[in-house]
Design a protein around this ligand. Structure first.
Ligand SMILES: O=C(O)CCC(=O)CC(=O)O
Length: 265
């Protein structure tokens, strides 16, 4: 089954199993994307990890639920998904808002989480004014009206070529995100601050960022890494906000090196 009703909302997901002794990685996606962004990372993980990927509510094929989405909704959905599969000691790899959701799950249910890869994210992202302006623009004109600006933050210049079919494809993924899901999640990010809870985390964490990231730049991700006790920090040269798409080989190698160290500790 690819759908499960969790907290009253149908959540679209994918599970790729592995031998029972293999670790489980859960992938949480970013604003305006669905779990297909992880494809080129997941293919490099198959067999060595059990993999769960999902579309957060209001994105991809998952239902919206309430029109007002809170970060707690997203956090509770991920907790419910992990429990649905009776997964233990999961490693969460969260990108941008997915990384905020991961921080929320780790704070609320540390018993479920073995470690985290926080990718192009922050303990706090943007300012209330910035999010309110984005919400208003999208409610008035739709996502396509501001998608060029978003894609400039998502992808490095070389990737944003008109002849790059993948770039066109990800533009469609962004522009086809349900407006309610997108703006609801903007509001959830606007209202979230994990500064305190993430400074109290007790688990292995690596913070990863593309050097060209225009949404959650290295300065922000570095600040988050310094906040989380013992967190590691690594940059991916040449990638922007979505290294899972632009630099999947490099990101997969970082994930594998980090998780292999966990099993020897
Ligand atoms: O990507 C996210 O999940 C939130 C950060 C963001 O605003 C990305 C963008 O610049 O559109």
């Amino acid at each position: 089954m690819q759908f499960a009703r969790l907290n009253g909302v149908v959540i679209h997901h994918q599970v790729i199993g592995a031998a029972p002794d293999k670790p489980t990685i859960v992938f949480a996606n970013s604003l305006g994307t669905d779990y297909r962004i992880w494809r080129d990372v997941i293919v490099r993980m198959v067999g060595d990890y059990s993999i769960i990927a999902y579309d957060k509510r209001g994105h991809g094929l998952s239902e919206l639920g309430n029109a007002e989405i809170t970060m707690d909704d997203h956090i509770n959905d991920l907790i419910a998904l992990i429990e649905h599969f009776e997964a233990k000691n999961v490693i969460i790899c969260g990108l941008s808002v997915g990384g905020m959701i991961a921080q929320g799950v780790a704070a609320k249910r540390p018993d479920l989480v073995r470690a985290m890869i926080l990718c192009d994210t922050g303990h706090k992202i943007g300012t209330p004014d910035m999010w309110n302006a984005r919400i208003s623009a999208i409610k008035e004109q739709g996502i396509a009206a501001i998608s060029d600006a978003i894609l400039e933050r998502w992808f490095a210049k070389d990737y944003r070529r008109a002849d790059n079919a993948d770039f066109t494809g990800y533009r469609m993924m962004l522009e086809r995100t349900p407006v309610e899901g997108y703006v609801g999640t903007c509001a959830a990010i606007r209202d979230s601050d994990f500064t305190k809870s993430s400074s109290e985390l007790v688990m292995p964490v690596i913070c990863v960022v593309g050097t060209e990231d225009g949404s959650t730049p290295p300065s922000l991700v570095g600040e988050m890494a310094r906040l989380i006790p013992g967190a590691m920090y690594q940059e991916i040269p040449g990638a922007a906000h979505l290294p899972c798409i632009e630099k999947p080989v490099e990101l997969s190698e970082i994930i594998k090196a980090f998780t292999e160290r966990l099993s020897t500790n």
